[in-house]
Design a protein around this ligand. Structure first.
Ligand code: GTP
Ligand code: MG
Length: 199
């Protein structure tokens, strides 16, 4: 998609605050600092529309970005951030669970993992939950980001390590190596999103 127009529409912590536009939504989820906001900025051709930070745990609400009046990207607070309090973490879990499990216009989830490392326990738990029966076949694209930080010769190994740890069922699809630094993978991610918008 050629993106010209993006609005940061709203932040929400509860369902009554979600947009009522009835547009398809794509959620971005992953560990704090993995690069969700950077991926958003790359997809919409902006340097710093979605706030990025080297300080993890900055995003604490669901942030809805309306893209070309056609789709919302939903930046979900990063999980696994140890420095927030236990009660804050539990509140996040309720907020995220409520959104991902119940949102009718949610067409797909992009789960980001770090291309440099094996997925964490939380990455694995999130992926298993997202692909569980409870979610009713919600499409999930795993994006291994920060690929610019490893040599190209190690990308295949990184992909197989991640797929193995997450227990990927379908080995051929729904995975993409990505870099917000070089924009590698941007077109493939967009293609996946556009296909989900038509589902
Ligand atoms: P939270 O909002 O805290 O959950 O973090 P986030 O997942 O939105 O991460 P964010 O996009 O803010 O990126 C975190 C840090 O990683 C920033 O310093 C980014 O510049 C850096 N970063 C993100 N993506 C990439 C990438 O593909 N390559 C490199 N080299 N750095 C990246
Ligand atoms: Mg962020």
């Amino acid at each position: 998609m050629e993106v010209h127009n993006v609005e940061m529409v709203m932040s929400a912590v509860r369902p009554s605050q979600y947009p009522t536009d009835n547009l398809p939504e794509i959620a971005l989820i992953g560990r704090s600092n993995v690069g969700k906001s950077s991926l958003t900025n790359t997809l919409i051709n902006r340097k710093a529309f979605a706030r990025t930070s080297s300080q993890p745990g900055k995003t604490q609400t669901l942030n809805f970005y309306k893209v070309e009046d056609q789709v919302f990207f939903v930046d979900v607070p990063g999980y696994g951030y140890a420095k927030v309090s236990k009660s804050a973490r539990e509140q996040f879990q309720v907020m995220i669970g409520e959104y991902l499990a119940k949102r009718e216009v949610l067409k797909g989830v992009i789960q980001l993992v770090d291309a440099r490392h094996a997925p964490s326990k939380e990455d694995i738990e999130m992926y298993q939950w997202l692909s569980s029966d409870e979610m009713g076949g919600l499409p999930v694209l795993v994006v291994a980001t920060k690929a610019d930080k490893i040599a190209r010769g190690r990308w295949n190994k990184s992909e197989s390590t991640i797929k193995k740890a997450l227990q990927f069922k379908d080995q051929t699809t729904d995975f993409e190596i990505f870099s917000s630094e070089t924009k590698y993978g941007k077109d493939i991610v967009w293609e996946w999103i556009e296909a989900r918008m038509l589902d």
